[in-house]
Design a protein around this ligand. Sequence first.
Ligand SMILES: [Ca+2]
Ligand SMILES: [Ca+2]
Ligand SMILES: [Ca+2]
Length: 300
Amino acid sequence: MFIGRFWSIGIVAIALALVLEGACGLAQESVGFPPVESAAIRKIEAQQVREPMRIDGKLDEPDWTRVGLSESFVDLVSGQPTHLKTHVSVLWDEKNLYIGYRIEEPNVTAKFTKQDDPIYQDNDVEFFIAGQDGYYEFEINAHGTIYDGLFVWQSAYEKSGIARWPEFDRTKSNVQSQVFNGVGFTKHPRGLRWAFLDWDLKSIQAAVHVDGTLNDPSDKDKGWTVEVAVPWKDLAMLDLSEPRNLPPKAGDIWRVDFSRFNQNKDPSNPKDSGGWALSPHGVWDSHIPEVFPFVVLKGF
Ligand SMILES: [Ca+2]
Ligand SMILES: [Ca+2]
Ligand SMILES: [Ca+2]
């Protein structure tokens, strides 16, 4: 789900939010907070990895089979089933959180090839990892091109101490940031965020595998898979106010959102928002950590 990289402040964002709300037929004034019932938030188990993982986009390690598939993604706004299947699986060990997607797609396409290109204008899959002070956003297309950024709640920016990290120090001229106030839901009770989109989580490993042909509509593809390893040690900035176990321990619970965005909507379903997720958000906005699924880290 995109935010424009060069918007400096809210006017454009608010205008776009209104357009998006109109498109989805849902005015944010009509929804409370959080915008979905807590009972609707899905829970997923992450199994501990037993064997070495090879991050090549192919989910053929035995651990990916052992952990099983999530339920298929549903429409982000309505929670209704979608016409193509999307499943995520989650694994972990002391070093990494592993995320694997299986994406049914009869015509696999991708345009962008440079880091932080506007992947949200392609078909993509995304995840958001929430912490107390902010959240990390990751998007990837079928070329394997990544768009990522860190969002810090402005109310936590100074207090948490992240303002003194050189890579997030807004007083430095080489640190780019912008005000962010949501996409289609601009009344989050925690208010504004600082978005650091030029920043990259450099240690992340990610790869895709296309089961079919990329950018060739003359045939019918099965889809594509995505395999990502996120190093725990580089997620400390999410929880500086109240550090948590890093690496985590069995039984720990993380909040991670998993989603898929499509440029082509289901032609037979006028209510397809084009955004699908493991757990619905009730509004056209990924940036609501309070409705992210629960990821429960299981031990051996
Ligand atoms: Ca693999
Ligand atoms: Ca980035
Ligand atoms: Ca094809």
